[in-house]
Design a protein around this ligand. Structure first.
Ligand SMILES: [Zn+2]
Length: 153
């Protein structure tokens, strides 16, 4: 167990989370598990076995009830745009793109991109679906506006 001065006691959870998020093959941390699932093309988030709430960003303790009984579950991938902003970028670097906060059907809100719509046209309330794609050569969760028709992913 960590021994910390009393006035830093409240940092213990953060420190433990940081340690477990470091690469540790015998005991992978939540972030590593999340990224390994993405690398397999699977978008999974955590769900608390005690209170039933879904949890994202990956972490050790449920931020609803403090339980450490978190399991990995598949999600529907359905979400709604909560807010959206356009990031301007030179065309030779890939052009403008959009950064959105997406509310998942399961509850958690996450930052991502809606990639099949012009960056300016991503609208609050737009329905989107998650897809595991690549950002900067790393697997990442991206979203498509499903109103544009079914897409084969
Ligand atoms: Zn909980």
């Amino acid at each position: 167990m960590l021994e910390l001065p009393a006035h830093t006691e409240h940092l213990k959870d953060d420190i433990l989370a940081e340690q477990q998020n470091n690469n540790n093959l015998e005991n992978p941390g939540p972030l590593q598990t999340f990224e390994e699932n993405l690398a397999k093309g699977e978008f999974r988030i955590q769900q608390c076995k005690d209170c039933g709430q879904h949890v994202f960003y990956p972490r050790l303790l449920c931020h609803h009830c403090g339980s450490n009984a978190l399991k990995w579950v598949a999600v529907s991938g359905k979400g709604v745009v909560y807010s959206s902003a356009v990031v301007r970028q030179r065309p030779e670097k890939g052009g403008d793109y959009n950064i959105s906060l997406i509310d998942l059907e399961e509850g958690p809100r996450l930052m991502s991109r809606v990639v099949d719509v012009d960056p300016e046209e991503v609208a609050i309330g737009m329905q989107v679906s998650a897809h595991v794609g690549m950002i900067n050569d790393k697997p990442a969760v991206l979203f498509y506006n499903k109103e544009q028709g079914d897409k084969e992913w």
